[in-house]
Ligand binder design. Structure first.
Ligand code: CS2
Length: 474
């Protein structure tokens, strides 16, 4: 079958949207670390829309830890298909990624970061990719950071590369850029900015000062449910567009991108792609992280324990759906200060409807990855607020207990889990108190007896096959 590429775009069926601009003329204004499914489903699609109006916003992707994306998109001239899942799936070929570099192409990465045309350095490297400690600050003991500090000119971490690229820009007499994190971290821009400046201060204080003056790190919230690509999608796309695409992407039709309007120099007119610019992202960010992502992780660990495979199946379990709804409305919503115009009740209803979408096979096992990095932002911050306000934490303790049971089942079955702390978590296995004592995950909550004992009681309930029913009825 013919492969998707510049030369085969004309063979696409008329119903398949394709780049409405001259790809050969696009400038590479964006260097993006982590061109995985979430980036290609969302940000790259937004820039693809913008490129029809402004050729300055092409993307150079940088995959630091894998060659698979570069291997797939290289022969396709960076093109890939985006499947918009709904009752009727729509297909769109995205052309905004000009090229994907791999971590071994060090001079090319350096050149891209220091190119005059580069105006944005963006990231989707997941929570663990920033090498932050439980306090949200750069972890100087992280092996990747320690290695990069020893050889700052030969970085391997995203933070190390961003610092090296900014140093190269300064030495070349170029202006600052905007560093835009698109990951699910609270206060993501401020945290990444502090981490990059701390790294630079340890190796090149003059550049650290220059970064403080010339580089901007806006906060941003990004939302679109993006299930991993599988062969079923590849086959569906090939049948729909009549051309082979080695790595198509799928996502729900809903997307939301809210960015703090704080850029170095002129910013892209992403409003053309439906992006919201605001002076304060916090209200949007907390609502999304705590309501959507907090409910997602709760569904993942409880749903896996109840034998469900994906989010829609878990939501079809009326006990689970009822529990999640109460958790969102009665335990998470009170911790939020929504921005003007955001109706929390309607927002919660929309999230629950998105979760129940039968067209989306969003695997619970995928959402269950990296719990030690996700739970602090998704659940534990809400627990902390509830404790400070004197609100009960009985339901909020349940996702933590379900995560403990997820770890115990893996340990009992000698199975792996995807988590940067996997070895230690599995070694603790059933010693749940030892896991709750891990301050790099639970921070001050490790010493909160009410939290520890409430989680302990929920864990015991979940050990009983009917235990969840009792919890859900509480
Ligand atoms: C999910 C997120 O895998 C996960 O942890 O909770 O990827 C979620 O799908 C996105 O944040 C939705 O915007």
């Amino acid at each position: 079958m013919t492969r998707l590429a510049n030369g085969t775009l004309s063979r696409l069926p008329d119903a398949v949207a394709r780049p409405g601009y001259d790809r050969a003329a696009m400038l590479r204004g964006v260097v993006h670390f982590g061109p995985g499914a979430f980036h290609r489903a969302h940000q790259a699609a937004a820039f693809d829309t913008l490129l029809a109006h402004d050729p300055r916003w092409g993307i150079t992707g940088v995959s630091l830890n894998s060659t698979s994306v570069a291997d797939a998109l290289g022969p396709q001239d960076g093109l890939y298909t985006l499947a918009l899942l709904d009752a009727e799936t729509g297909y769109r070929v995205i052309g905004s990624i000009a090229h994907v570099l791999t971590g071994s192409e060090r001079e090319a990465i350096r050149a891209a970061l220091a190119a005059p045309a580069t105006r944005i350095i963006s990231t989707t490297v997941t929570e663990k990719g920033y090498c932050l400690g439980p306090d949200g600050k750069l972890d100087f003991d992280h092996p990747a950071i320690a290695a990069d500090l020893a050889q700052p000119a030969e970085p391997r971490s995203a933070i190390g590369w961003i610092a090296a690229g900014l140093a190269a820009r300064r030495h070349a007499g170029l202006g600052g850029v905007t560093v835009l994190s698109c990951d699910n971290l609270a206060d993501n821009g401020r945290k990444v900015g502090a981490a990059v400046r701390a790294f630079a201060a340890a190796t090149d204080p003059d550049t650290a000062r220059w970064i403080g003056d010339e580089v901007r790190f806006p906060n941003a919230m990004v939302d679109s449910i993006t299930p991993a690509t599988d062969d079923a999608l590849r086959n569906r796309v090939a049948a729909a567009i009549g051309i082979e695409d080695a790595w198509p992407i799928q996502r729900e039709r809903f997307t939301q991108w809210v960015i703090e309007d704080d850029f170095a120099g002129e910013r892209p007119e992403l409003e053309r792609a439906g992006v919201t610019f605001t002076r304060d992202v916090h209200g949007y960010e907390a609502a999304k992280l705590r309501l959507l992502n907090g409910a997602h992780s709760t569904l993942a660990y409880l749903g896996l324990g109840l034998g469900h495979g994906n989010v829609a199946q878990a939501m079809a379990d009326t006990r689970l759906a009822a529990f999640i709804g109460r958790l969102m409305r009665e335990d998470i919503a009170p911790s939020l200060s929504p921005p003007a115009g955001l109706d929390l009740s309607a927002y919660i209803g929309d999230i629950l409807a998105r979760f129940a979408n039968p067209a989306i096979d969003h695997r619970l096992s995928q959402i269950a990855w990296d719990g030690s990095q996700k739970l602090p932002y998704r659940i534990l911050d809400t627990v902390r607020d509830a404790r400070a306000a004197g609100r009960p934490i009985g339901r909020l303790a349940v996702p933590v207990a379900a995560w403990l049971r997820f770890i115990e089942r893996a340990a009992e079955g000698s199975q792996r889990i995807t988590d940067p702390l996997a070895d230690r978590l599995l070694a603790h296995g059933g010693d749940w108190r030892a896991i709750l004592a891990m301050r790099e995950v639970f921070s001050d909550l490790s010493a909160d007896d009410v939290f520890v004992e409430t989680v302990g009681r929920a864990r015991i309930a979940l050990m009983d096959p009917q235990g969840f029913d009792a919890l859900a009825a509480a």
